[in-house]
Design a binder for this molecule. Structure first.
Ligand SMILES: Nc1ncnc2c1ncn2[C@@H]1O[C@H](COP(=O)(O)OP(=O)(O)OP(=O)(O)O)[C@@H](O)[C@H]1O
Ligand SMILES: [Mg+2]
Length: 312
């Protein structure tokens, strides 16, 4: 039986450019109404994945279904139900904000009245002024908001946002997060970002893609839990000398010290050997606190060059 709660499903989706695998047999499932974030270093394969799912690029092998439609067989049906805000944004620079939106309304064959109404609502939602300036004269952040509004013009069920907050100032980024949150549950959203905080706060599920392959996936909490061995340990104690710090560093640990505490970031923390070591040095430990890794720490650890793929 087909699982109807799934909006996007890929099956060994692969894209090769010459000999290079840009996307290598990835399998992801995205539920209706959820925000799914694809994280990965530059060149990991995020945009290529989105382009295949939007039917802008044909897969070399494997397949994917968007709301039950096969990306290889039904691109027209798929284009009707998706909206895309591409990494390089897709605005017509010589048109103003409203004209850009009306143009897309026209592309989707909306009646003029409906098109004007949607444009007005979207400009309100994205806090875009009805300026007469050409879109190319808008600031980068405004252009991104317009790009998202354009993607929403056809009232798509599925929205692809490829780095929607790239280069935005912290205020603008927070407001884009607000808009995305407003769309949550109504739309299924695939979001790529290099801001871990963004994925952490917005995404229901996260997948990390590295060297064209999905290396881990789950909720943010699951990822942190799954990789809790990279947690850090905070030890409070007086009189932590530089000799002791050096001793820990010599054991291959990354140690940050303050006046009366040390924080040890270690890939594989050997809790007991650390405590034993400090006791042999007659350090009076006042407190010990294990700190869960942040999503950024999980990401940095898993996508380091020397880390082997978890699944392969
Ligand atoms: N049209 C193309 N021809 C050849 N190689 C390509 C093409 N498009 C992408 N690639 C390559 O595919 C790989 C994945 O690129 P992609 O744009 O998907 O990465 P990304 O994860 O989106 O990176 P970024 O974070 O920098 O946006 C890269 O090695 C890239 O150079
Ligand atoms: Mg990209």
């Amino acid at each position: 039986m087909e699982n109807t709660s799934i909006a996007i499903k890929t099956n060994d989706l692969t894209k090769r450019f010459g000999k290079r695998n840009a996307v290598d047999a990835i399998n992801i499932e995205i539920n209706h109404g959820e925000i799914f974030s694809l994280l990965g270093k530059n060149g990991a394969g995020k945009t290529t994945t989105i382009k295949m799912l939007c039917c802008l690029l044909r897969p070399s092998s494997g397949s994917a279904e968007i709301m039950g439609y096969d990306i290889r067989k039904s691109p027209l049906e798929i284009k009707r139900i998706i909206g895309v805000s591409p990494q390089e944004t897709a605005i017509a620079g010589h048109l103003n904000t409203k004209e850009n939106l009306l143009l897309i309304g026209g592309v989707f064959g909306l009646k003029r009245g409906l098109s004007i109404e949607r444009a007005k609502n979207l400009m309100e939602l994205m806090e875009l002024e009805d300026r007469k300036d050409q879109a190319q004269k808008l600031s980068g952040g405004m252009q991104i908001r317009l790009s998202i509004a354009i993607a929403l013009m056809s009232e798509p069920q599925i929205l692809f946002l490829d780095e929607p907050t790239l280069g935005l100032d912290p205020h603008a980024r927070k407001s884009v997060w607000n808009y995305i949150n407003k769309l949550k549950r109504e739309k299924t959203i695939l979001l790529t970002t290099h801001y871990m905080e963004e994925a952490d706060s917005l995404a229901d599920h996260i997948a990390i893609i590295d060297n064209a392959q999905i290396i881990t996936s789950g909720t943010s909490a699951e990822l942190k839990h799954k990789h809790e061995s990279i947690q850090s340990l905070k030890i409070s104690a007086d009189d932590i000398s530089s000799d002791i710090l050096d001793g820990l560093k010599n054991k291959g640990m990354e140690v940050i010290s303050t006046m009366n505490s040390i924080v040890i970031n270690s890939v594989e923390l050997d809790f007991y050997s650390i405590i034993n070591y400090l006791q042999t040095k007659n350090i009076k430990i006042k407190g010990i606190q294990m700190q869960e890794p942040t999503l950024e720490e999980v990401f940095l650890h898993l996508t380091r060059k020397e880390v082997k793929n978890e699944n392969h």
